[in-house]
Design a protein around this ligand. Structure first.
Ligand code: ARG
Length: 459
Protein backbone atom coordinates (compact mmCIF):
# COMPACT_ATOMS: atom_id res chain seq x y z
CA UNK A 1 0.00 0.00 0.00
CA UNK A 2 2.95 2.33 0.55
CA UNK A 3 5.19 1.06 -2.24
CA UNK A 4 5.70 4.58 -3.59
CA UNK A 5 7.81 5.68 -0.64
CA UNK A 6 9.67 2.42 -0.02
CA UNK A 7 12.33 0.68 -2.05
CA UNK A 8 12.68 -2.45 0.07
CA UNK A 9 10.17 -5.10 1.03
CA UNK A 10 8.91 -5.21 4.59
CA UNK A 11 10.94 -7.74 6.57
CA UNK A 12 9.05 -10.94 7.13
CA UNK A 13 9.77 -10.61 10.81
CA UNK A 14 7.98 -7.27 10.86
CA UNK A 15 5.05 -8.66 8.89
CA UNK A 16 4.57 -11.35 11.46
CA UNK A 17 5.08 -8.95 14.31
CA UNK A 18 2.70 -6.29 13.10
CA UNK A 19 -0.13 -8.16 11.45
CA UNK A 20 -3.54 -7.88 13.06
CA UNK A 21 -5.54 -9.86 10.53
CA UNK A 22 -5.32 -12.95 12.76
CA UNK A 23 -7.67 -11.22 15.21
CA UNK A 24 -9.22 -8.19 13.47
CA UNK A 25 -10.66 -10.30 10.65
CA UNK A 26 -13.86 -10.46 12.68
CA UNK A 27 -14.40 -6.78 11.95
CA UNK A 28 -15.18 -7.69 8.34
CA UNK A 29 -18.95 -7.09 8.39
CA UNK A 30 -18.40 -3.62 9.80
CA UNK A 31 -15.52 -2.81 7.48
CA UNK A 32 -17.66 -3.76 4.49
CA UNK A 33 -20.75 -1.88 5.69
CA UNK A 34 -18.58 1.17 6.43
CA UNK A 35 -16.92 1.07 2.99
CA UNK A 36 -20.22 0.72 1.13
CA UNK A 37 -21.60 3.76 2.97
CA UNK A 38 -18.36 5.70 2.41
CA UNK A 39 -18.60 4.95 -1.31
CA UNK A 40 -22.07 6.49 -1.35
CA UNK A 41 -20.54 9.77 -0.17
CA UNK A 42 -17.80 9.50 -2.82
CA UNK A 43 -20.50 9.10 -5.44
CA UNK A 44 -22.51 12.02 -4.09
CA UNK A 45 -19.37 14.19 -4.25
CA UNK A 46 -18.85 13.16 -7.87
CA UNK A 47 -15.57 11.41 -7.07
CA UNK A 48 -16.79 8.11 -8.43
CA UNK A 49 -19.51 7.34 -10.96
CA UNK A 50 -22.72 5.54 -10.19
CA UNK A 51 -21.36 2.50 -12.03
CA UNK A 52 -18.20 2.58 -9.94
CA UNK A 53 -20.27 2.85 -6.77
CA UNK A 54 -22.26 -0.18 -7.82
CA UNK A 55 -19.11 -2.13 -8.63
CA UNK A 56 -17.68 -1.27 -5.20
CA UNK A 57 -20.87 -2.20 -3.37
CA UNK A 58 -21.42 -5.49 -5.16
CA UNK A 59 -17.72 -6.37 -5.04
CA UNK A 60 -17.67 -5.78 -1.28
CA UNK A 61 -20.86 -7.76 -0.76
CA UNK A 62 -19.41 -10.65 -2.66
CA UNK A 63 -16.23 -10.55 -0.59
CA UNK A 64 -18.45 -10.52 2.50
CA UNK A 65 -20.27 -13.62 1.34
CA UNK A 66 -17.00 -15.40 0.74
CA UNK A 67 -15.67 -14.47 4.16
CA UNK A 68 -18.90 -15.64 5.77
CA UNK A 69 -18.64 -18.93 3.89
CA UNK A 70 -15.03 -19.36 5.03
CA UNK A 71 -13.78 -19.20 1.43
CA UNK A 72 -11.79 -15.99 1.64
CA UNK A 73 -8.05 -16.25 2.12
CA UNK A 74 -6.67 -13.57 4.42
CA UNK A 75 -3.06 -12.56 3.87
CA UNK A 76 -0.80 -11.59 6.76
CA UNK A 77 1.32 -9.47 4.41
CA UNK A 78 -1.75 -7.26 3.92
CA UNK A 79 -1.61 -6.65 7.65
CA UNK A 80 -5.17 -6.00 8.68
CA UNK A 81 -8.80 -6.48 7.71
CA UNK A 82 -8.99 -3.05 6.07
CA UNK A 83 -6.15 -3.68 3.63
CA UNK A 84 -7.12 -7.30 3.00
CA UNK A 85 -10.58 -6.29 1.85
CA UNK A 86 -9.50 -3.21 -0.10
CA UNK A 87 -6.67 -5.02 -1.90
CA UNK A 88 -8.92 -7.89 -2.93
CA UNK A 89 -11.64 -5.48 -4.09
CA UNK A 90 -9.15 -3.60 -6.22
CA UNK A 91 -7.77 -6.84 -7.62
CA UNK A 92 -11.32 -7.73 -8.68
CA UNK A 93 -12.75 -4.43 -9.93
CA UNK A 94 -9.67 -2.36 -10.71
CA UNK A 95 -9.65 1.44 -10.54
CA UNK A 96 -13.00 1.80 -8.80
CA UNK A 97 -11.52 -0.18 -5.91
CA UNK A 98 -8.44 2.01 -5.94
CA UNK A 99 -10.69 5.06 -5.45
CA UNK A 100 -12.39 3.71 -2.34
CA UNK A 101 -9.83 5.00 0.13
CA UNK A 102 -10.30 8.62 -1.05
CA UNK A 103 -10.60 11.02 1.91
CA UNK A 104 -10.28 8.14 4.35
CA UNK A 105 -7.51 6.74 6.49
CA UNK A 106 -7.27 3.46 8.29
CA UNK A 107 -7.23 5.57 11.43
CA UNK A 108 -10.80 6.75 11.05
CA UNK A 109 -11.77 3.50 9.34
CA UNK A 110 -10.71 1.36 12.29
CA UNK A 111 -12.40 3.76 14.70
CA UNK A 112 -15.62 3.33 12.70
CA UNK A 113 -15.30 -0.46 12.55
CA UNK A 114 -14.77 -0.81 16.29
CA UNK A 115 -17.67 1.48 17.07
CA UNK A 116 -19.97 -0.49 14.77
CA UNK A 117 -18.77 -3.74 16.30
CA UNK A 118 -19.17 -2.56 19.88
CA UNK A 119 -22.62 -1.17 19.16
CA UNK A 120 -23.75 -4.57 17.92
CA UNK A 121 -21.99 -6.49 20.70
CA UNK A 122 -23.48 -4.25 23.41
CA UNK A 123 -26.92 -5.03 22.07
CA UNK A 124 -26.16 -8.75 22.19
CA UNK A 125 -24.86 -8.49 25.73
CA UNK A 126 -27.94 -6.51 26.76
CA UNK A 127 -30.12 -9.33 25.41
CA UNK A 128 -28.04 -11.92 27.30
CA UNK A 129 -28.31 -9.90 30.51
CA UNK A 130 -32.04 -9.84 30.08
CA UNK A 131 -32.08 -13.63 29.59
CA UNK A 132 -30.02 -13.93 32.76
CA UNK A 133 -32.54 -11.82 34.65
CA UNK A 134 -35.34 -13.95 33.21
CA UNK A 135 -33.67 -17.14 34.45
CA UNK A 136 -33.15 -15.66 37.92
CA UNK A 137 -36.75 -14.46 38.16
CA UNK A 138 -38.01 -17.82 36.95
CA UNK A 139 -35.96 -19.72 39.55
CA UNK A 140 -36.97 -17.26 42.27
CA UNK A 141 -40.63 -17.67 41.32
CA UNK A 142 -40.41 -21.45 41.36
CA UNK A 143 -39.32 -21.35 45.01
CA UNK A 144 -41.16 -18.23 46.09
CA UNK A 145 -41.92 -19.55 49.60
CA UNK A 146 -38.49 -20.97 50.43
CA UNK A 147 -36.70 -19.16 53.24
CA UNK A 148 -32.94 -19.44 53.74
CA UNK A 149 -30.55 -17.90 56.22
CA UNK A 150 -29.17 -14.61 54.97
CA UNK A 151 -25.47 -14.18 55.72
CA UNK A 152 -23.17 -11.33 56.66
CA UNK A 153 -19.48 -12.19 57.11
CA UNK A 154 -20.68 -15.60 55.87
CA UNK A 155 -22.18 -16.03 59.35
CA UNK A 156 -25.91 -16.66 59.69
CA UNK A 157 -27.59 -13.30 60.09
CA UNK A 158 -31.34 -13.10 59.45
CA UNK A 159 -33.84 -15.13 57.43
CA UNK A 160 -34.57 -14.07 53.86
CA UNK A 161 -36.58 -15.52 51.04
CA UNK A 162 -34.41 -17.38 48.54
CA UNK A 163 -36.26 -15.31 45.94
CA UNK A 164 -35.15 -12.10 47.67
CA UNK A 165 -31.54 -13.25 47.45
CA UNK A 166 -31.87 -13.98 43.71
CA UNK A 167 -33.71 -10.73 43.04
CA UNK A 168 -30.71 -8.89 44.48
CA UNK A 169 -28.78 -10.15 41.44
CA UNK A 170 -31.60 -9.11 39.15
CA UNK A 171 -31.13 -5.57 40.48
CA UNK A 172 -27.37 -5.77 39.87
CA UNK A 173 -27.85 -6.92 36.29
CA UNK A 174 -30.39 -4.14 35.76
CA UNK A 175 -27.73 -1.60 36.70
CA UNK A 176 -25.35 -3.37 34.33
CA UNK A 177 -27.91 -2.90 31.56
CA UNK A 178 -28.17 0.79 32.40
CA UNK A 179 -24.39 1.13 32.25
CA UNK A 180 -24.23 -0.63 28.88
CA UNK A 181 -27.06 1.47 27.54
CA UNK A 182 -25.35 4.63 28.65
CA UNK A 183 -22.00 3.55 27.24
CA UNK A 184 -23.71 2.74 23.96
CA UNK A 185 -24.55 6.43 23.54
CA UNK A 186 -20.86 7.27 23.41
CA UNK A 187 -20.06 4.27 21.20
CA UNK A 188 -22.73 5.44 18.79
CA UNK A 189 -20.92 8.51 17.43
CA UNK A 190 -19.66 8.55 13.84
CA UNK A 191 -15.89 9.10 13.38
CA UNK A 192 -15.36 8.61 9.63
CA UNK A 193 -14.24 11.75 7.80
CA UNK A 194 -11.63 12.48 10.43
CA UNK A 195 -9.03 11.03 8.07
CA UNK A 196 -5.65 10.25 9.49
CA UNK A 197 -5.76 13.20 11.88
CA UNK A 198 -6.99 16.39 10.24
CA UNK A 199 -9.94 15.38 8.10
CA UNK A 200 -9.42 15.82 4.38
CA UNK A 201 -9.13 18.56 1.81
CA UNK A 202 -11.76 16.64 -0.12
CA UNK A 203 -15.17 17.45 1.27
CA UNK A 204 -17.53 14.52 1.77
CA UNK A 205 -21.01 14.48 3.27
CA UNK A 206 -20.24 12.93 6.65
CA UNK A 207 -23.86 13.23 7.77
CA UNK A 208 -25.01 11.11 4.84
CA UNK A 209 -22.63 8.26 5.71
CA UNK A 210 -23.53 8.50 9.40
CA UNK A 211 -27.19 8.24 8.55
CA UNK A 212 -26.66 5.24 6.27
CA UNK A 213 -24.90 3.49 9.16
CA UNK A 214 -27.46 4.51 11.76
CA UNK A 215 -25.35 6.96 13.78
CA UNK A 216 -27.33 9.81 15.37
CA UNK A 217 -24.32 12.13 15.69
CA UNK A 218 -20.85 12.90 14.34
CA UNK A 219 -17.55 13.32 16.16
CA UNK A 220 -16.68 17.02 16.27
CA UNK A 221 -12.89 16.93 16.47
CA UNK A 222 -10.89 14.88 13.98
CA UNK A 223 -7.91 14.49 16.33
CA UNK A 224 -10.09 13.24 19.14
CA UNK A 225 -12.00 10.93 16.79
CA UNK A 226 -8.97 8.96 15.59
CA UNK A 227 -7.34 8.67 18.99
CA UNK A 228 -10.33 8.12 21.26
CA UNK A 229 -10.87 4.69 22.77
CA UNK A 230 -12.79 5.96 25.82
CA UNK A 231 -15.91 4.22 24.60
CA UNK A 232 -14.10 0.88 24.53
CA UNK A 233 -12.65 1.46 27.99
CA UNK A 234 -16.14 2.29 29.24
CA UNK A 235 -17.51 -0.89 27.72
CA UNK A 236 -14.70 -2.95 29.23
CA UNK A 237 -15.31 -1.38 32.60
CA UNK A 238 -19.05 -2.06 32.37
CA UNK A 239 -18.19 -5.65 31.41
CA UNK A 240 -15.79 -5.92 34.34
CA UNK A 241 -18.68 -5.02 36.64
CA UNK A 242 -20.92 -7.60 34.92
CA UNK A 243 -18.17 -10.17 35.44
CA UNK A 244 -17.84 -9.16 39.09
CA UNK A 245 -21.58 -9.71 39.59
CA UNK A 246 -21.40 -13.07 37.83
CA UNK A 247 -18.44 -14.01 39.99
CA UNK A 248 -20.30 -13.22 43.20
CA UNK A 249 -23.28 -15.23 42.01
CA UNK A 250 -20.86 -18.04 41.15
CA UNK A 251 -19.53 -17.97 44.67
CA UNK A 252 -23.06 -18.25 46.07
CA UNK A 253 -23.86 -21.14 43.72
CA UNK A 254 -20.64 -22.93 44.67
CA UNK A 255 -21.42 -22.57 48.38
CA UNK A 256 -25.06 -23.58 47.94
CA UNK A 257 -24.10 -26.66 45.93
CA UNK A 258 -21.64 -27.84 48.62
CA UNK A 259 -22.58 -30.68 50.99
CA UNK A 260 -22.23 -28.21 53.85
CA UNK A 261 -25.06 -26.03 52.52
CA UNK A 262 -26.93 -28.33 50.17
CA UNK A 263 -29.38 -25.55 49.23
CA UNK A 264 -29.05 -26.12 45.51
CA UNK A 265 -28.56 -29.09 43.20
CA UNK A 266 -27.21 -28.35 39.76
CA UNK A 267 -28.26 -30.60 36.90
CA UNK A 268 -25.87 -33.23 35.57
CA UNK A 269 -25.81 -31.36 32.28
CA UNK A 270 -24.15 -28.35 33.90
CA UNK A 271 -21.73 -30.07 36.28
CA UNK A 272 -18.74 -32.31 35.83
CA UNK A 273 -17.43 -35.36 37.63
CA UNK A 274 -13.98 -36.21 38.84
CA UNK A 275 -11.59 -38.50 37.00
CA UNK A 276 -10.58 -39.95 40.35
CA UNK A 277 -13.30 -39.48 42.97
CA UNK A 278 -16.50 -41.25 41.90
CA UNK A 279 -18.77 -39.25 44.21
CA UNK A 280 -17.88 -35.81 42.88
CA UNK A 281 -20.26 -33.44 41.10
CA UNK A 282 -18.46 -30.17 40.58
CA UNK A 283 -19.93 -26.73 39.84
CA UNK A 284 -17.44 -25.99 37.06
CA UNK A 285 -19.57 -23.41 35.28
CA UNK A 286 -19.60 -21.22 38.36
CA UNK A 287 -15.91 -21.83 39.07
CA UNK A 288 -14.88 -21.01 35.51
CA UNK A 289 -17.03 -17.90 35.54
CA UNK A 290 -15.41 -16.78 38.80
CA UNK A 291 -12.01 -17.52 37.28
CA UNK A 292 -12.66 -15.78 33.97
CA UNK A 293 -13.47 -12.59 35.84
CA UNK A 294 -9.71 -12.19 36.21
CA UNK A 295 -9.14 -11.86 32.49
CA UNK A 296 -12.06 -9.45 32.10
CA UNK A 297 -10.47 -7.21 34.75
CA UNK A 298 -7.09 -7.72 33.10
CA UNK A 299 -8.41 -6.59 29.73
CA UNK A 300 -9.68 -3.37 31.26
CA UNK A 301 -6.28 -2.73 32.86
CA UNK A 302 -4.55 -3.54 29.56
CA UNK A 303 -6.57 -0.99 27.68
CA UNK A 304 -6.22 1.71 30.31
CA UNK A 305 -2.47 1.13 30.41
CA UNK A 306 -2.24 0.94 26.63
CA UNK A 307 -3.80 4.39 26.27
CA UNK A 308 -2.23 6.27 29.16
CA UNK A 309 1.07 7.25 27.58
CA UNK A 310 -0.02 7.88 24.00
CA UNK A 311 0.64 11.32 22.60
CA UNK A 312 -2.02 12.62 20.26
CA UNK A 313 -3.23 11.18 17.97
CA UNK A 314 -3.28 7.68 16.46
CA UNK A 315 -0.36 5.48 17.47
CA UNK A 316 0.17 1.93 16.33
CA UNK A 317 -0.01 0.85 19.96
CA UNK A 318 -3.75 1.20 19.55
CA UNK A 319 -3.90 -1.91 17.40
CA UNK A 320 -3.40 -3.73 20.70
CA UNK A 321 -6.89 -2.66 21.83
CA UNK A 322 -8.68 -5.34 19.85
CA UNK A 323 -7.72 -8.57 21.55
CA UNK A 324 -8.59 -7.12 24.95
CA UNK A 325 -11.91 -5.81 23.66
CA UNK A 326 -12.86 -9.02 21.88
CA UNK A 327 -11.80 -11.20 24.79
CA UNK A 328 -13.92 -9.31 27.32
CA UNK A 329 -16.91 -9.40 25.00
CA UNK A 330 -16.52 -13.11 24.24
CA UNK A 331 -15.87 -14.04 27.86
CA UNK A 332 -18.87 -12.19 29.25
CA UNK A 333 -21.15 -13.43 26.46
CA UNK A 334 -20.06 -17.02 27.06
CA UNK A 335 -20.53 -16.74 30.83
CA UNK A 336 -24.01 -15.23 30.53
CA UNK A 337 -24.87 -17.72 27.82
CA UNK A 338 -24.13 -20.77 29.97
CA UNK A 339 -25.19 -19.41 33.36
CA UNK A 340 -28.83 -18.72 32.47
CA UNK A 341 -29.62 -22.26 31.25
CA UNK A 342 -27.72 -23.69 34.22
CA UNK A 343 -29.96 -21.72 36.60
CA UNK A 344 -33.08 -22.82 34.76
CA UNK A 345 -32.20 -26.45 35.48
CA UNK A 346 -31.16 -25.92 39.09
CA UNK A 347 -33.22 -27.49 41.85
CA UNK A 348 -33.57 -25.99 45.32
CA UNK A 349 -33.47 -28.48 48.19
CA UNK A 350 -36.30 -27.17 50.29
CA UNK A 351 -35.57 -29.54 53.19
CA UNK A 352 -31.97 -28.38 53.59
CA UNK A 353 -33.10 -24.76 53.39
CA UNK A 354 -35.78 -25.39 56.03
CA UNK A 355 -33.28 -27.15 58.29
CA UNK A 356 -30.82 -24.26 58.01
CA UNK A 357 -33.42 -21.58 58.54
CA UNK A 358 -34.72 -23.38 61.65
CA UNK A 359 -31.69 -22.00 63.51
CA UNK A 360 -33.39 -19.81 66.17
CA UNK A 361 -30.35 -17.53 66.39
CA UNK A 362 -31.46 -16.09 63.04
CA UNK A 363 -34.30 -14.50 65.04
CA UNK A 364 -32.20 -12.99 67.84
CA UNK A 365 -32.71 -9.52 66.34
CA UNK A 366 -36.46 -10.18 66.36
CA UNK A 367 -36.25 -10.75 70.12
CA UNK A 368 -34.48 -7.42 70.56
CA UNK A 369 -37.15 -5.76 68.39
CA UNK A 370 -39.81 -7.36 70.64
CA UNK A 371 -38.23 -5.69 73.67
CA UNK A 372 -38.09 -2.35 71.82
CA UNK A 373 -41.83 -2.71 71.16
CA UNK A 374 -42.23 -3.18 74.92
CA UNK A 375 -40.42 0.06 75.74
CA UNK A 376 -36.81 -1.13 76.14
CA UNK A 377 -34.16 1.09 74.47
CA UNK A 378 -32.55 -0.83 71.57
CA UNK A 379 -29.01 -0.85 73.00
CA UNK A 380 -30.36 -2.34 76.24
CA UNK A 381 -32.50 -4.85 74.32
CA UNK A 382 -29.43 -5.89 72.29
CA UNK A 383 -27.56 -6.60 75.52
CA UNK A 384 -30.42 -8.59 77.05
CA UNK A 385 -30.76 -10.81 73.98
CA UNK A 386 -26.97 -11.17 73.85
CA UNK A 387 -27.17 -12.56 77.37
CA UNK A 388 -29.92 -14.97 76.31
CA UNK A 389 -27.70 -16.22 73.45
CA UNK A 390 -24.77 -16.60 75.87
CA UNK A 391 -27.00 -18.51 78.29
CA UNK A 392 -27.97 -20.89 75.46
CA UNK A 393 -24.31 -21.39 74.56
CA UNK A 394 -23.59 -22.20 78.18
CA UNK A 395 -26.51 -24.63 78.47
CA UNK A 396 -25.92 -26.00 74.95
CA UNK A 397 -29.49 -25.27 73.96
CA UNK A 398 -31.37 -23.03 71.52
CA UNK A 399 -33.22 -19.76 72.12
CA UNK A 400 -36.46 -21.70 71.60
CA UNK A 401 -35.54 -23.99 74.50
CA UNK A 402 -35.28 -21.25 77.15
CA UNK A 403 -38.40 -20.91 79.28
CA UNK A 404 -40.53 -17.78 79.65
CA UNK A 405 -39.09 -17.58 83.19
CA UNK A 406 -35.55 -17.66 81.79
CA UNK A 407 -36.43 -14.73 79.52
CA UNK A 408 -38.16 -12.83 82.30
CA UNK A 409 -35.11 -13.37 84.47
CA UNK A 410 -33.15 -11.37 81.87
CA UNK A 411 -35.77 -8.62 81.39
CA UNK A 412 -39.14 -7.99 82.96
CA UNK A 413 -40.29 -6.60 79.60
CA UNK A 414 -40.58 -10.13 78.22
CA UNK A 415 -44.21 -11.33 78.27
CA UNK A 416 -45.69 -14.83 78.11
CA UNK A 417 -45.80 -14.51 74.29
CA UNK A 418 -41.99 -14.24 73.95
CA UNK A 419 -41.52 -17.65 72.35
CA UNK A 420 -44.02 -16.72 69.67
CA UNK A 421 -41.39 -14.26 68.36
CA UNK A 422 -39.14 -17.15 67.42
CA UNK A 423 -41.24 -18.21 64.45
CA UNK A 424 -39.80 -17.59 60.99
CA UNK A 425 -43.23 -16.89 59.41
CA UNK A 426 -43.88 -14.16 61.93
CA UNK A 427 -40.45 -12.69 61.33
CA UNK A 428 -40.90 -12.63 57.55
CA UNK A 429 -44.40 -11.16 57.73
CA UNK A 430 -43.08 -8.28 59.83
CA UNK A 431 -40.40 -7.24 57.30
CA UNK A 432 -42.61 -4.79 55.48
CA UNK A 433 -40.39 -1.78 54.78
CA UNK A 434 -39.82 -0.92 51.13
CA UNK A 435 -37.09 -3.26 49.93
CA UNK A 436 -37.44 -5.67 52.86
CA UNK A 437 -38.46 -9.30 52.27
CA UNK A 438 -42.00 -9.66 53.61
CA UNK A 439 -43.92 -12.28 51.58
CA UNK A 440 -46.09 -9.54 50.08
CA UNK A 441 -43.06 -7.43 49.13
CA UNK A 442 -41.24 -10.35 47.53
CA UNK A 443 -44.38 -11.30 45.58
CA UNK A 444 -44.72 -7.70 44.42
CA UNK A 445 -41.07 -7.58 43.35
CA UNK A 446 -41.40 -10.84 41.43
CA UNK A 447 -44.45 -9.44 39.68
CA UNK A 448 -42.66 -6.15 38.95
CA UNK A 449 -39.69 -7.94 37.34
CA UNK A 450 -41.90 -10.31 35.36
CA UNK A 451 -43.79 -7.36 33.90
CA UNK A 452 -40.63 -5.41 33.15
CA UNK A 453 -38.84 -8.32 31.54
CA UNK A 454 -41.89 -9.24 29.49
CA UNK A 455 -42.12 -5.65 28.31
CA UNK A 456 -38.67 -6.21 26.84
CA UNK A 457 -36.78 -3.65 28.89
CA UNK A 458 -34.03 -5.22 30.97
CA UNK A 459 -34.30 -2.45 33.57
N1 ARG B 1 -4.58 -2.33 12.16
C1 ARG B 1 -4.59 -0.96 12.62
C2 ARG B 1 -5.23 -0.91 14.02
O1 ARG B 1 -5.87 -1.85 14.36
C3 ARG B 1 -5.43 -0.12 11.71
C4 ARG B 1 -5.00 1.30 11.68
C5 ARG B 1 -3.64 1.38 11.12
N2 ARG B 1 -3.25 2.72 10.92
C6 ARG B 1 -1.97 3.02 10.68
N3 ARG B 1 -1.68 4.26 10.47
N4 ARG B 1 -1.03 2.10 10.61
O2 ARG B 1 -5.08 0.04 14.73
Amino acid sequence: MWKGRFQEQTAELLQTYSESISFDWRLWPFDIAGSIAHAAALEKAGLITKAEWEAIASGLRQIGEEIAAGQFVFKAELEDIHMNIEAELTRRIGDAGAKLHTARSRNDQVALDIRLCLREESDRILALLKAMQDALVELAGRYEHVVIPGYTHLQRAQPVFFAHHLLAYVEMFARDCERLDDCRKRINVFPLGSGAIAGSTILLDRALVAELLGFPSLTQNSMDAVSDRDFAIELLSALAIVAMHLSRLSEDVILWASSEFRFLTLSDAFTTGSSLMPQKKNPDVAELTRGKTGRVYGNLMSLLTLMKGLPMTYNRDMQEDKEAIFDSIDTVKAALGVFAPMLREAVVNEQSCAAAVADPNLLATDLADYLVNHGVPFRKAHEVVGKAVALCAQRRCELTELSVQDYQGLSSAFGADVLDVLRVERSMAARQAVGAPSPANVAAQLARWRTRLQAGGAQ
